[in-house]
Design a protein around this ligand. Sequence first.
Ligand code: PAF
Length: 282
Amino acid sequence: MQICPTKTEIRAATAKLRNGGASIGLVPTMGFLHEGHLTLVRRARAACDRVVVSIFVNPTQFGPNEDLATYPRDPERDFAMLRAEGVDAVFTPDPSEMYHADAQTIVETTDLSGVLIGALRPGHFRGVATVVSKLFNIVQPDRAFFGEKDYQQLLVIRTMVRDLDVPLEIVGVPTVREPDGLAMSSRNVRLTPEHRAAAPALNASLDWAEATLPRTPMTVDELAAGVTARIADARGAEIQSVDIRDAETLAPLAGAITAPAVILLAVRFGQVLLIDQRVVRP
Ligand code: PAF
């Protein structure tokens, strides 16, 4: 497995890997890998001839009061996990390699990036869309793999690829969960034991919604109230948002739910913001 800290090295490595027409799958990550990332890697392995992973904690997607400085990092452990999965190359730039000091160009999905998590974290999706565009230009993969857990991120990236005619396929991969239902995330290690014990309430509320809606027709407000009540019972949960939106466009919904809808949760436990999502059908 080649470890490439510079754009020149990863470009040379991918040129070699592509030699003879092999397809390349890219799994963009911010490191501190867990089973969720490895699931993306395995999907890439199954769908592509060669797999490239990027590890870059992207400063431009963190707000001034967010957890950039304390975001967990453990590159040696990450490399060992990726070697065991048979990954071909890892791109590990630092911020000065990734961004010119006078960088002026941004990529932004104008409507999608200002709502929901984008409203809670101004500038976040601009940072994501910009860095992902750069990764696509540097690695030039045939397919790129992203978790469905970050539902809005996935829609932002799909929209950016569509609008800018980026020649690759985006593959969304279902959320991987701990045995108690908590969606896997690098941030979970920063939950206190009490908050960790309470955090599966997000998944439990989504399970309730998914199971109940087909049997009991509900309005958007009734569904939101049921989900909120189930999370509010969890110790230390500060609900930031419970949004129920059109599953394809994220457009706000009102009244009876008659088509697939996505429930998007953002819940803070202490300093840690957890997100989760589920598409539910009437
Ligand atoms: O989902 C993530 O880990 C990040 O947002 C991504 C897609 C790697 C961009 O920095």
